[in-house]
Design a protein around this ligand. Structure first.
Ligand code: MN
Length: 242
């Protein structure tokens, strides 16, 4: 059984989500062959020296699950794209880049966080290019934590006010981009998060049918994707037995 989750957006402001995620790691995850975390696990990650709550608690829970024998593959999202090698070393999680292709059970599947699919949001894509540039990242990480936190708060305030002004469809994935990535990866299934619009979408590609599965956030109870021999389905983590 493979488990997938994303967009837990863990922060000190969401203690219930932190508790649910820690419980998930200590319970249902232990029966999985692998756990995939597809980005925005942390609501804000300002570098691997960002040890503010709830980061140490979450790292400990991740490390325990890995020590118990469950590999965890983790992809960076647009909120925690600064997760790095030191974090991976401490927790035992493997950082994976997107698009990540898995050949599991029955179908070639491509995993992404999902922000790269929202190509109509030109403004965000420009910010993404800037923020993912290694030179810019090194400069940012060299600044004191307090300054990094101030900068992040500023960026988030601007992004929140712009987001409110954008039409809904700009914030969703572009069908053409979904089709392009599926074709490029030779995949018939895509799993991503980011949009916080959980669902299963059947798509007709020129080469045949495909499926796009969207993971949900953990704002009000979690969402996980369970993939086993019998099916691929979205579920609530508390409905999974330990
Ligand atoms: Mn996201």
């Amino acid at each position: 059984m493979l488990l997938f989750a994303s967009d837990t957006h863990l922060s000190a402001h969401r203690p219930a989500a932190v508790a649910a995620f820690v419980e998930f790691l200590a319970g249902p995850v232990r029966r999985a062959d692998r756990l995939y975390l597809l980005g925005d696990v942390f609501d804000l990650w300002l570098g691997d020296d960002d040890d503010r709550a709830p980061h140490p608690e979450v790292e400990a829970a991740l490390a325990e699950a890995v020590s118990a024998g469950v590999p965890i593959d983790l992809m960076r999202g647009n909120h925690d794209f600064l997760l790095g090698a030191a974090f991976a070393e401490r927790t035992g999680c493997r950082l994976i880049d997107e698009p990540h292709i898995i050949e599991a059970i029955d179908e070639r599947t491509v995993l992404l966080h999902g922000d790269t699919l929202c190509t109509r949001d030109v403004e965000y894509q420009a910010f993404r290019r800037y923020a993912r540039d290694p030179v810019n990242q090194r400069a940012f990480l060299a600044r004191p934590m307090e300054e990094r936190a101030q900068e992040a708060a500023k960026i988030r305030a601007t992004s929140d006010s712009r987001t409110r002004l954008k039409p809904e469809d700009i914030m969703d994935v572009t069908d053409d981009e979904v089709a392009r990535v599926l074709s490029e990866c030779g995949a018939t299934r895509m799993i991503h998060g980011h949009t916080h619009r959980p669902g299963v979408h059947e798509i007709g590609l020129e080469t045949g049918p495909a499926t796009r599965i969207v993971l949900g956030d953990w704002y009000e109870g979690g969402t996980v994707l369970i993939w086993d021999e019998t099916s691929v389905r979205l579920a609530r983590p508390e409905h999974l037995s330990a």
